[in-house]
Design a binder for this molecule. Structure first.
Ligand code: SF4
Ligand code: SF4
Length: 62
């Protein structure tokens, strides 16, 4: 599980729009969820592209 960005599954439409936007190929669209892997560098492009605001930044763990 990635600790940077999280997909709120109650908001996500599974439109796939965030997948090609990611410059690091960190996002994978599964049938019932969005997976974000550890290659994510928190560029936040995916947050800006998501039409429903389903992607959220997680606070770093202390
Ligand atoms: S924050 Fe950037 S690197 Fe991370 S998943 Fe979103 S688009 Fe990809
Ligand atoms: S762009 Fe938003 S609604 Fe579309 S698949 Fe990505 S997280 Fe879900």
């Amino acid at each position: 599980m990635n600790e940077n960005i999280s997909c709120n599954q109650s908001k996500c439409l599974y439109c796939g729009g965030c997948v090609p936007i990611c410059p690091r190929n960190s996002i994978t669209l599964r049938e019932t969820r969005i997976e974000i892997d550890d290659s994510c560098n928190r560029c936040l492009l995916c947050l800006r592209i998501c039409p429903v605001g389903a992607l959220e930044v997680l606070e770093a763990k202390a």
